[in-house]
Design a protein around this ligand. Structure first.
Ligand SMILES: NC(=O)c1ccc[n+]([C@@H]2O[C@H](COP(=O)([O-])OP(=O)(O)OC[C@H]3O[C@@H](n4cnc5c(N)ncnc54)[C@H](O)[C@@H]3O)[C@@H](O)[C@H]2O)c1
Length: 406
């Protein structure tokens, strides 16, 4: 039996996929309401394909509990936030879950840490917990780091089709975990050592952050000189070895906006490019506000209360709002004592900001200027309703309406 620890955006799809693929799985989370929901057949967040997977998994006898299970294999998918002041990882969730595993596990157990960790975390913060509890690594307990790279909005497909990395310092553990992932993963499964696995995961997200930052910096350069950044990128990308991304309102989420900080925190003298990219991406919500200011001036609009932000999540077609550019923008305004803007997101069903709408038509009625912060399919489906609005389209979401760009 496999005990998956932490049933959030990563843990729940992983547990369901494992169960739907014939493994006996128990999902454990400390949050009682999450477990109650799951046991009633409700899924705590929206994600394409999860309801179908859930049905298959539950038919295959998977279940959910707040208790850790006595077994010989654990997959840990708890949060790994960073400490804002030091930019270093907060390993306490992983350490707590390892401690709870050691309270109950069988004599020989494999513990897979899927949570993203900064390079060196397993050596510095996880192995000592195991030693201090009197367990011998490689004899009583095997540690594996298998970072996850699935994309919210496409998780079920990517669980099956993405290549995976297994970091293991003993071949036995690497092969054992590979056998489990092979029950659903149809792509290459690479086995490496733990430190390389840690580093490669953080490097992947940092690469994305830097590439996005380049596009965002180009957008600012083009704006300052009255050039069309999309036209420049379109032409530059005709070069066979150039592939510039599109600019946007900033970078949010739990991975790309967080993981580069792990490198900055751990290698402060060596991360100039990485740090600058972080600053560029973090400056984009402010740039969006400047654009709003300029557009209002150009259009003779004076009432800030008639400006609405469309989208609260950090990416299209998901409800995850962690570190989202819209939240960053509102935080920025709050710091300057500016009044809150009106906000609507079709995916976000609970109130998390002051002037949040749950009715799109009402939101549209109440605003003159709409800032499209997130490229949800929903906005494209409702494009005709925006005909008489001033629009700042930070995502280049709309095709048939006249808009301003960032
Ligand atoms: N969300 C993503 O897109 C994504 C992608 C790749 C990797 N990751 C990484 O995966 C890890 C999990 O991220 P997430 O987005 O699923 O987080 P999440 O916050 O959605 O879920 C984590 C869950 O762990 C539970 N939890 C916390 N401490 C626990 C404990 N001691 N025992 C049992 N349960 C506990 C929480 O209640 C929560 O439900 C992080 O390290 C993240 O960086 C996330």
């Amino acid at each position: 039996m496999i005990n998956v620890i932490g049933l959030g955006y990563i843990g729940l799809p992983t547990a369901l996929m494992l169960a739907a693929s014939g493994n006996e799985v128990v999902g454990t989370d400390l949050k009682k309401d999450t477990i109650e929901m799951l046991n009633k057949g409700q899924i705590p967040f929206e994600e394409k394909g999860i309801p179908e997977l859930f049905e298959k998994a539950v038919n295959n006898r998977s279940h959910f509990t707040t208790e850790y299970q006595k077994t010989n294999m654990y997959i840990i998918t708890v949060p790994t936030p960073y400490v804002r002041a030091s930019k270093k990882i907060d390993p306490t969730y992983v350490q707590a879950s390892i401690n709870s595993v050691l309270d109950v596990c069988e004599k020989v157990a494999v513990i897979v840490v899927e949570s993203t960790v900064s390079p060196g975390t397993i050596d510095k913060f996880v192995k000592p917990v195991i030693h201090d509890r009197g367990f011998v690594l490689g004899k009583d307990v095997y540690l594996v780091h298998a970072p996850e790279r699935i994309l919210p909005g496409n998780m079920v497909y990517e669980l099956r089709h993405n290549s995976r990395t297994i970091g293991a310092d003993e071949q036995y553990a690497g092969e054992k975990v590979k056998e489990v992932y092979e029950t659903f993963c149809e792509s290459e499964i690479v086995i490496t050592d733990i430190r390389s696995a840690e580093m490669s995961k953080v490097v992947e997200n940092t690469y994305r952050d830097i590439n996005i930052a380049f596009a965002n910096e180009l957008a600012k350069i083009a704006r300052s000189d009255d050039l069309d950044v999309y036209e420049i990128i379109r032409i530059a990308n005709k070069h066979p070895r150039v592939n510039i991304l599109n600019p946007g309102p900033g970078v949010g989420g739990h991975c790309i906006s967080v993981d580069p900080w792990f490198l900055v925190g751990d290698y402060p003298g060596l991360t100039n490019l990485i740090l600058t990219a972080r600053h560029v991406n973090d400056s984009m919500p402010e740039h969006v506000l400047e654009r709003v200011h300029d557009i209002m001036e150009e259009k003779g609009l004076t009432d800030l209360s008639k400006v609405g932000l469309y989208g609260l999540s950090y990416k299209a077609n998901v409800d995850d709002t962690r570190e989202s550019p819209t939240l960053q923008l509102l935080e920025n305004m709050r710091k300057h004592l500016a009044p809150e803007l009106r906000v609507y997101d079709p995916y976000v069903k609970t109130k998390i900001v002051e002037k949040q709408y749950f009715d799109f038509d009402k939101f549209i009625d109440d605003v003159d200027l709409i800032v499209i912060m997130v490229n949800h399919d929903h906005i494209k489906e409702h494009e005709t309703q925006l005909a008489d609005k001033v629009i700042l389209d930070t995502q280049r979401a709309l095709e048939n309406t006249e808009v301003y760009y960032i």
